[in-house]
Design a protein around this ligand. Structure first.
Ligand code: FMN
Length: 197
């Protein structure tokens, strides 16, 4: 698959086989993220590759606990509303039980923190597609990036005092019949283009 095909056929996967992903493939995906552009070539993104089931389960419990006490208002972002309501109900799994979660942190006082993390995450999702793996952006840890319990837990793995989470991505083998990710082209209803010749 060439780069253009990997880019346009990347779709989100939200149902995974529990099978581990080969180290060689994770290394290629990480390299794609680490080679992503960054503002001023700052390279301050910090990648946490989480494969340990106990750690993933603990994050699942902590995110549910944090969302469950939040209130939904009419201004609550629709996806966050879902996280809050599902957490109040119980059994909310923000990372769809994928075997790999890559959390991307950056310096909280750096103006390009979100943009740099986004470049890295997009690179990793496209790389995953090129390697026949499924992926999906996971934003819940960004929404909870001032939640003390979660911040302290990530600090126990080396997140620095001045770092916060700005995005995350899950990777794994899709639980599809073919084992391949869905690659259907998306129906475009937005992303307007204005040509100025
Ligand atoms: C900034 C950003 C945050 C996202 N957060 C989540 C998320 O937390 N959970 C999720 O399931 N999908 C998340 N997505 C995936 C989008 O829902 C998805 O990209 C969109 O619906 C288009 O579908 P596609 O990825 O299959 O092309 C996020 C995507 C972006 C770019």
């Amino acid at each position: 698959m060439d780069a253009l095909e990997a880019l346009v056929t990347r779709r989100s996967t939200r149902n995974y086989k529990p099978d581990p992903v080969e180290q060689e493939k994770i290394d290629k995906i990480l390299e794609s993220g680490r080679q992503a552009p960054s503002g001023g070539n700052n390279q301050t993104s910090h990648f946490f590759v989480i494969r340990n089931r106990d750690v993933l389960d603990k994050l699942i419990v902590m995110t549910e606990k944090a969302f469950a006490v939040m209130e939904v208002t009419e201004n609550t972002y629709a996806s966050m509303k879902h996280s809050i309501n599902a957490s109040k109900k119980g059994g909310y799994v923000f990372c769809y039980n994928a075997p790999v979660l890559i959390v991307v942190a950056n310096r909280k006082d750096y103006g390009n923190n979100v943009a740099d993390c986004a470049c890295a995450i997009e690179n990793m999702m496209v790389a995953a597609n090129a390697l026949d793996l499924g992926s999906c952006w996971i934003n819940q840890l960004k929404w909870l990036n001032e939640e003390l319990e979660i911040v302290e837990y990530l600090r126990s793995f080396g997140m620095k005092e001045d770092e916060r989470v700005y995005g995350a991505v899950i990777i794994g083998y899709p639980a599809t019949e073919s084992g391949l990710p869905n690659r259907n082209l998306m129906a475009l209803r937005g992303n307007k283009v204005t040509w100025i010749d």
